[in-house]
Design a binder for this molecule. Sequence first.
Ligand SMILES: [Zn+2]
Length: 149
Amino acid sequence: MLQLNSSDYKKIIEHGLRGKPLEICGLLVGHQTETDTVVSEVHEVDSKDLSEKTYNMDALKYMKIETDVQKRGLKIVGIYHTHPATEPYPSPTDMERAHWEGSDDLIFPGYSYLIVSLRDPANPEPRSYKLEGKRRPEDVREETIHIAQ
Ligand SMILES: [Zn+2]
């Protein structure tokens, strides 16, 4: 299960609506228990793609945030991004880029991939996934999202 508090969830939605029609992305930070991913902060990261259909997280910003959160005893537990006009399901490009180029190895094993569809801006559709490989849909495992007050 992915646990998120409502203020962080709102930040993600606001970021996504501000970015429309482009995809935006960011990091989920917190900790993992045996069964759950608990998010305690979210961080916006620039997407180098400036695209309506893909995102490409700025690697240097990622590293800077990682160093910063580790100093505070937290870790990066997932990545969020928006699908401005389509369903909240990993695209072929999402699957490809979750792996090292030319490899079947995930870049971030264990991460939650939160995708928020904003095709209806008044009704954001959040879905979260764990990836186990490159194949769609076999390697895409949806996880429950719990948004706490
Ligand atoms: Zn996507």
